[in-house]
Each structure stands twice: as structure tokens, then as C-alpha cells.
Design a protein around this ligand. Sequence first.
Ligand code: ATP
Ligand code: MG
Length: 434
Amino acid sequence: MTAPRDTAAQERDATGSGVSREGRILEMVARGTSLSHVLDSLCRLVEEQTAGVLASILLLEGDRLRHGAAPSLPKAYTDAIDGAVIGPTAGSCGTAAYHAQQVIVADIALDPLWADYRELALPHGLRACWSTPIFSSDGAVIATFAMYFRAPRRPSPHDQHIVEQITQLAGIAIQRKLDEDKLRESEDQRKRAEEALHRVQAELAHVTRLTTLGQLAASIAHEVNQPLAAIVADANASLNWLAAAEPELERVRETLTAIATDGHRAADVIQRIRQLATKTEPRKARLDVDDVLRDVVALVRAEVARYEITLALDSAPSLPSVVGDRVQLQQVVLNLVMNAIEAMAPVTSRPRRLVIRSERHDDDGVRVAVHDTGVGIGASELDRVFGAFFTTKPGGMGMGLSISRSIIEAHGGRLWAAPNAPHGAVVQFSLPGA
Ligand SMILES: Nc1ncnc2c1ncn2[C@@H]1O[C@H](COP(=O)(O)OP(=O)(O)OP(=O)(O)O)[C@@H](O)[C@H]1O
Ligand SMILES: [Mg+2]
């Protein structure tokens, strides 16, 4: 593939035009070869074309010149000038960068521009140095290209022609590197912004979870107190049976079983609250959506009873599992159920019915729909309700649906609202299968 081109290039080289070498260097730039490699090749290209020259490219960083390439200059010298500050009398390169103009020093030993650098250059036998600024696409100096000689010398028109070519090529290569750096930086910034956004979202989700739990506090307390009261009553009854002349052991045994069941019930609710209230990093795992639905139903049972709502959990058999964060999905379902309860609270003219239905969605996904017979959502609001801070409730934050949607979308699913027939609303989400 490359062989024919190389042969052609060699033929052109033989004509002495140097064009093919330039072409190759541009190709290196296009292929993304490292900048130091490209600049090195440029210097060597110059050195092949002009006898006795030592080429150097320095990169401008702020007000300092940094080593770019100088394959033939002594390392001790390039090390010594690496980091030199540019200025009106800073050798050939520092001055050229400072004035954004070519600086021709025909004899380093005599030129006042080299007053501070002479002692560095002369011991290495460097006597002439012509430096030309390299510009970015928007006209700023980004580097310098220098030709050094071991004897005093002024540039010929041919030398100037080479300078022109090389500064142009080097400009393209360096500009590309700068563009890449900028792109990478903006990519980094975008990533950081995204991470920050995720953190804020998680933080917000946690706060709103706590708020919802706060709203539920009375109901939840009832939900825990009820089994505790039953335990106390059962325990007292058992004590009486044991105190009888002939202890009724069979009844005591039955009651102890009931006590254990009630104890588990109370512990269960507390465990679910703790899950929702604890701040944890979102953690995705394979799970059954129906377990999430049962978690939420356990938390809102008392709230449902308080508003005399009939609740039905209607699960399709053998649903596929999904991959998700259990707490986050609980939060979504809890938000939808709380909205449904709140929408039905003012309704007095018809039964308040809450149906939570899980179904298969597409081939391997799951859909959860929360149906209510509440006040409903107007056609023009069906999408607006998902906006942050959109609320029609005196104490509402208007964050429930907006957070729920971002959680569901982060799970690769969708969340949307529709009217329920004949009254109320259906708010539902789909999740892809595991
Ligand atoms: N099931 C529903 N029936 C009728 N209206 C609803 C229903 N769900 C949501 N809405 C409307 O959408 C609005 C936004 O709901 P969202 O859950 O985002 O906020 P909120 O419930 O007002 O406050 P919070 O941040 O405490 O949840 C509600 O104020 C309500 O007007
Ligand atoms: Mg809400």
C-alpha cells in the first residue's frame, strides 16, 4: 500500500524539490504522530536541505520558551535555554517571540541581543542564529523556528524560502496539537460537569426521599405501632393463660407465633424506611420489579387506609428481571403512589381506587403503571408535570416527577403520564429487561 507512494516520493526527492518530504510530514500530522516526532522530522528536513545548519523549534508557553525539537544541537545547550523567558533582548528566539518578528543574528559574539545568552552559546561553537516566530491560526505566536550555524552568516533568499516553508508546516502541526489539547480539556470539563450533575441529582433524590418519608411519618409510625400494640396485648394474654391453674399452653403457643409475626412486620417496615433514608451510592443489581412494588405498598398501607382508598397490586406472572438500583426504583414508585393518593384525597363523588400494575413491556422489558381515580391531569399538562418545580399543591416541591423521570432515564427506561378512563390519571414507566 505504501510502497508505490514511497517510490514516487523518492523520485521527487531526487529532483531536490523537498516537496515529498513535506508531504510526508503533513501526513504524519494528519495521522496524529506525536508533536515532538513531527517537529524533529521538520528539523531534520531543514538540516538535509542546508549544509551546516542546526535547526531548533521552541514552543511558547505563557512567556517562556520550552524545548520542542533540536535533534542536532548539543543537549547541554537545549537544556540550558529550556524555560527561558521571552523579552526585548532575549537572544534570537526570545526576542523573535516577544516582538512577533523575525530576528536575524549574524554573529552571536557581537550582537547585543545575545548579551545574556552568549556565554551559553559560544562554548558550543554556535555563532549565528536566525529565529522566526510561528503563528497560530488566529495570529498569536505559538513557537519559534531557529537556524543556528557554527560560523557568522546572513540568510540567502533560498534560506528564507526554507524558513517560510518550515514555519508554515510547524504551525500546522503545533496548532493541531493545541486544538487537540483544547478538545481534550473541554471533554474533561464536560465529564466533570456531568459527574457534578450526577452528584447533585443523587443528593436531591436523597433529600426528596427524606421529605416524602417525612410526609409519611405519621402513617409509618402507625404501621409500626400497630404490630407493637398487638404484641403487647398478646403478651399480656399469654401471661394470663400461663398464670391459670391449668396453663393453656396450646393458646400460648399460637399467640407466641402471632407475636413473632407482628415483630417481623414491624421490623420489616423499619428496615424499608432505613433503606430509603440511608444515603448510599446508587448500586445497580438484577431485581424483580414486583419486590420493589411490595416494598412501597408496605410503606403506604396506612396512608391508603387513612384516605379510604382501595389498593390493588396487579402483577403479571413471570415477569423478566430488570437491572436497577432498588432504593431509587422504590423512590420512583413511592413518588407515583403518593401523587395518586394526593390526587384522590379531594375526590368524594366516586370510589378512590389505586391500581399498581406490572406488565411485560416490548419483548423482555417491564412496565409499571399506577392508576388512580383522582382529579386527573389536563391534556395540556401531561408533559409539563415532569418539569422541575411544577406543582399544584400548596406544600408541594414539584420535584417528585422530575426526579423520577431522571432516575428512570438513567435506567434506560421511560416515564410518562396519560389520562385514566373514566377518571384520574395513569403514570407509568418502562424498564429494559436485564
Ligand atoms: N396522579 C396524578 N394525578 C393528578 N395530578 C398529578 C398526578 N401526579 C402528578 N400530578 C400533578 O403533577 C404535579 C407535579 O408532581 P410532582 O410529583 O413532580 O410534584 P408534587 O407532587 O407537586 O410535589 P413533590 O415534589 O412533593 O412530589 C403535581 O403537583 C400535580 O399537579
Ligand atoms: Mg409528588
